[in-house]
Design a protein. Sequence first.
Length: 261
Amino acid sequence: MPPFLYQGLLSLYRQVNKDRFLFWEVFGGDWKTAAKQCSGYEESSILEKVKDATAAVIAGKAAYEKDAVLFEKAAIHWPLVASLQHVFAQKNQLGVVDFGGALGSTYHQHKTIFNRFHSFHWTVVEQENYVTCGKENFTTEQLSFEYDIASATKLSTDMILFSCVLHYLEDPFYFIQQAIDAKIPYLIIDSTPFSNAVQKDIQTIQYVPSKIYKAKYPCYIFAENPFMQKLLKSYTLIWEWDNQIEINIPCRYKGMLLQLK
């Protein structure tokens, strides 16, 4: 089947089944206009679902959670682990700021591996209600929560992780610039959608099915060449990987490890 036909059928199928699958719709307006039509992540009901799922993982009732969905079988994201191990080998310590890390989803998913590191700390930067919840319920010697990058990087920070988050921000480079200004040695950008077929970011609205939690988010698919040209002014690409995520709009979800020049 030709790729364009497969993509068209996939898009049609997901559109018809919005209540069952994640679905992305190209939006003709700008971010602010799209945001007015959306709601979701900041709502207290979603936080409660994420809190309950996180508590279940810590209690050993599930291997990990993602977007409040529980998974029984462990799944290690090896490109991320390899990148963290690379940085640890260079620095002999590992201080990670996880920007947009919910209540520590990635940390808890890989905790058994992280326990092998000495001089290790993981700080989640999130929306205010998530940070407050994290501080009250999930803080440990290794895991902490802060309201912004400036506060998080008061601890020794070797890396900032932007995992599946930059495309949900109106101005992603505002936050990348904070990493540059703070001279953070390494960045990981992971699970982020790019298109090399356009020179301008594609504005979309993402629909989350009710079986996860009902929500709509403004979301970019980044124009890869302009994004990377801007990023590589300050960081050098060490390696990248394909996340094997397929959605109904042609793009490539990928991750990368970068080092400050």
